[in-house]
Design a protein around this ligand. Structure first.
Ligand code: QUE
Length: 356
């Protein structure tokens, strides 16, 4: 166990307990390393079979982020030393944790305050109560680091209407709380200032009845008090354009469309620029994975992502993407393939097969 994850068992008025998990690595925006993932998985497994625990509450320390993603610095080091075991262990355990949250037998509340990206969304996707706050900023920005939307995104993004999931994956676009609610990534909006009161109300509740009903009633009360303030959803505003841009059988046409955007909207232009600056290999993998996984079960989605993520890290663009973004910060990645046309079908297909 590590103090990068804080565990609390809050006593309730009805002698049941609330299990509180706090990601406690504020300096790295609570991004998840293997040690943190291991201890989250162990605690959630223990709490699932502990009859005293009636509800789980997951949050991030500090005001800035719930969780900015995975420990990509360590993944880069593992890639540079061809340390396959570390790479496999990281993704295997992370996806097992995400899957456990999806299938958890008790209500899970996820407090998605501030930055919620990549692996942070992976924790949130499966929670029953996915709270967006006034500072929530969600994104799947993996294309920037040579990865692709993983952590169950193959399953989640494919369920979005109008190919918005593909747009999210290719552009890493930033979602505000209204976008998050519009897309169902969040299902409640609560002002962050209410966080402590929500926890207090959970402690004071009577948990002798149905736990989902009790959690629902507490959350609902704060959601109603917060309902007054929500920004405009950029996704909703641009839904038709997004659909037009994404609705092509080949990725080339999608990217050409993004190159030619004439709409004068900063958000849309930034999204397009991110897609065009991102790894072409990641774009190709994102497009192909969303096509292949369209009818996958949640289990199949995670299994296929494990293959892809290990390959992207060991032989894809991850090491270079992380270098350019977080290590040298030159924002000038030299991708293995500078254009889609340079990626053969054989090369792309090889990323979907487990390495020998
Ligand atoms: C894509 C990602 C991540 C990212 C940026 C991307 C990611 C991640 C971080 C991150 C940010 C700040 C930190 C840190 C990590 O950024 O997964 O340690 O201090 O963890 O474009 O997938």
């Amino acid at each position: 166990m590590t103090d990068k994850i804080l565990f609390e068992e809050l006593p309730t008025a009805s002698d049941q307990l609330i299990g509180v998990l706090t990601l406690n690595a504020e300096k790295s925006l609570n991004s998840l390393d293997l040690e943190m993932i291991d201890s989250l998985l162990a605690k959630l497994t223990e709490w699932q079979s502990n009859n005293c625990i009636s509800c789980i509450f997951i949050q991030g320390a500090g005001e800035k982020a719930f969780c900015a993603g995975g420990d990509i610095r360590t993944l880069r080091k593992a890639a540079l030393t061809a340390d396959r075991q570390t790479v496999e262990r990281f993704f295997e355990t992370e996806y097992r944790l995400d899957h456990l949250i999806h299938t958890y037998q008790k209500p899970v509340i996820c407090w998605g305050n501030g930055i919620v990206m990549g692996g942070g969304l992976g924790l949130m996707f499966g929670a029953d109560f996915r709270i967006a706050t006034d500072t929530t900023m969600m994104a799947m920005p993996e294309i920037t680091i040579g990865l692709y939307p993983d952590v169950g995104a193959s399953w989640v993004l494919n369920k979005m209407p109008a190919k918005i999931g593909l747009f999210m994956g290719l552009t890493g676009c930033r979602l505000n709380p209204a976008d998050a609610k519009y897309l169902g990534l969040a299902n409640r909006f609560i002002d962050h200032a209410y966080r402590e009161n929500v926890l207090k109300s959970l402690e004071q509740a009577d948990w002798s009845g149905n736990a989902y009903q009790v959690a629902h009633d507490v959350i609902q009360q704060y959601a109603e008090n917060s309902a007054g303030w929500l920004p405009y959803s950029k996704i909703r505003e641009h839904r038709d354009i997004i659909n037009q841009l994404m609705d092509h059988p080949f990725l080339d046409a999608v990217l050409s469309g993004l190159e030619q955007i004439t709409v004068e909207d900063e958000w849309l232009q930034k999204a397009a620029a991110t897609a065009l600056k991102g790894s072409p290999l990641s774009a190709a993998i994102t497009f192909e994975q969303l096509r292949r996984s369209r009818h996958y079960s949640l289990r199949e989605a995670f299994d296929s992502e494990l293959v892809l993520s290990v390959n992207c890290t060991l032989k894809g663009d991850v090491a270079e993407g992380v270098r350019a973004l977080l290590i040298d910060k030159d924002q000038n990645p030299q991708w293995q393939y500078s254009a889609l046309a340079d990626i053969s079908t054989e090369t792309l297909d090889s990323f979907f097969v487990y390495p020998d």
